[in-house]
Design a protein. Structure first.
Length: 243
């Protein structure tokens, strides 16, 4: 998000390294849990570049709070806090970097769970570590950041069974921590915070993508112990209902 236009920064810079890397990491970690759904819901479709791997022959519904996050004539404009859908209509519900934008995380999770069919799966990602809170989170409209245990507890509290939980962006984590330290230092000395996404040179872009590819390979076989994002795949108990 920016201070002048609502919506995800991916709308302005869809080719930014972080969005490209997240596409690969989400697919590596959560792709095996997608299965063969008949219907999927992508909440927060402004980050569409990160969910291309979810597309297939099934019916995919997209929803975003801001019209800018939707393809004209497609998708639904609405809030994760009050989803405009009937109960138990989707085989897969995905919300990537969405729950942290909701003032009530429990209400958002209740809504995401409500529209998920028994036997269906929920796929989530959120930003990690409250200590990493910065002006970027304020501008993005975040209410909180997460640890893996906190997100797992939230998901379990919604009545879902966590099948996988892992951190991501581990290989680039030292750079992330350093960038947040610089932001805090700028605030302490009274300098204006850097607006928008931190710009990187083509050389640094290549390095960050190469490091993220290490994560990608690891995530195909194991969970990662730290990182700047948390991913979760969870199951809603009960037999699958087909409409």
């Amino acid at each position: 998000m920016t201070t002048t236009q609502p919506g995800s920064s991916s709308l302005v810079q869809p080719d930014y390294w972080w969005y490209r890397a997240r596409t690969d990491l989400l697919e590596a970690a959560l792709g095996p849990y997608l299965g063969e759904p008949k219907t999927t819901l992508d909440v927060g479709s402004a980050d569409g570049p990160s969910v291309a791997w979810m597309r297939g022959n099934h019916r995919q519904v997209t929803l975003d709070l801001h019209p800018r996050g939707l393809t004209p004539g497609e998708g639904v404009c609405g809030s994760a806090m009050a989803l405009p859908f009937a109960d138990e209509v989707f085989d897969v519900v995905a919300a990537f970097d969405v729950v942290e934008h909701c003032e009530s995380e429990t209400r958002a999770m209740a809504e995401l769970t409500r529209v998920l069919r028994p036997g269906g799966r929920m796929l989530l990602s959120v930003p990690a570590y409250q200590w990493a809170w910065s002006d970027h989170d304020v501008r993005a409209g975040h209410y909180r950041r997460y640890t893996k245990p906190r997100l797992v507890n939230l998901v379990n509290g919604a009545g879902l069974t966590v099948e996988r939980s892992t951190y991501a962006f581990s290989a680039v984590f030292p750079f992330f921590a350093a960038e947040r330290a610089v932001r805090r230092l700028r605030q302490r000395v009274g300098r204006d915070p850097e607006s928008g996404l931190a710009q990187v040179s083509p050389r640094v872009d290549r390095m960050l993508m190469w490091l993220s590819q290490l994560d990608q390979r690891l995530l195909r076989g194991r969970d990662l112990p730290f990182g700047s994002s948390v991913f979760v795949a969870a199951l809603k108990s009960g037999p699958v209902k087909r409409g």
